[in-house]
Design a protein around this ligand. Structure first.
Ligand code: SF4
Length: 224
């Protein structure tokens, strides 16, 4: 194996600096009740990044994102539909500290934590982002349209593709239909990664412009 070049070393050290800054962060009130910051885990050079909402109790205890039943399901579906393990992707959340009683993060908490996520995206520079669930999908796509209308497509977003899908917890609650939707979305995401890394046999799926969200917004009940 060839030694890492200086650009890679500098990106790695910037990533570790970011992790250290996040792990001592007190920029919002969520720092008061956390056990530890859940910065993210996986390969900081990954082509694929998953983004969820925020840590739950198990994540707060272990310091790792998407552990527990939802995480195990995500691991399984990633393996079955993409042939990937969590070590070969990057997994993070919109907020890095657990909201008490698993409530939704508040706007001021999201705003305070956003620089951590934006810097993670900048340094990892994934080809494809998969947002897990209503919350992170609506937030990153800056829309009020709900996940059931958003999913099923890939969108051009910040110079990469964004594939919104259901949260694994919704699959655990929702059964077969929800499971089939997530499976299809993960296949879609992997095809775009393959294409962007040079597999000429991958011609689909299309990546649509975010302006097409306005069409979805016209659909009755689009905010669910
Ligand atoms: S949620 Fe984010 S901004 Fe708030 S204390 Fe934790 S790391 Fe800092």
């Amino acid at each position: 194996m060839s030694p890492p070049d200086s650009q890679t070393q500098s990106a790695d050290s910037a990533f570790e600096e970011l992790r250290a800054a996040a792990e001592s962060c007190t920029s919002c009130g969520l720092c008061e009740q956390r056990t530890q910051v859940v910065f993210g885990s996986g390969d900081p050079h990954a082509d694929l990044m998953f983004i969820g909402e925020g840590p739950g109790a198990e994540e707060d205890r272990t310091g790792l994102p998407f552990v527990g039943r939802s995480g195990k399901l995500l691991d399984r579906l990633m393996g079955e539909e993409m042939g990937l393990t969590r070590d070969s992707v990057y997994i993070a959340n919109v907020v890095k500290c657990r909201p008490p009683a698993n409530r939704d993060p508040r706007p001021e908490e999201i705003a305070a934590c956003r620089p951590h996520l934006e810097r993670q995206l900048e340094l990892i520079d994934p080809k494809v982002v998969v947002t897990l669930g209503n919350f992170s999908s609506k937030l990153l796509m800056d829309t009020r349209i709900g996940i059931t209308k958003l999913r099923g497509r890939a969108y051009a977003w910040s110079g990469r593709a964004l594939v919104p899908t259901l949260h694994p917890a919704a699959v655990l609650r929702g059964g077969g239909d929800a499971m089939a939707m997530v499976r299809a979305d993960l296949v879609r995401a992997q095809m775009i990664v393959n294409r962007s890394t040079g597999d000429p046999s991958e011609t689909e799926p299309a990546v649509v412009d975010l302006t097409e969200l306005s069409e979805l917004a016209d659909v009755a009940g689009a905010n669910r």
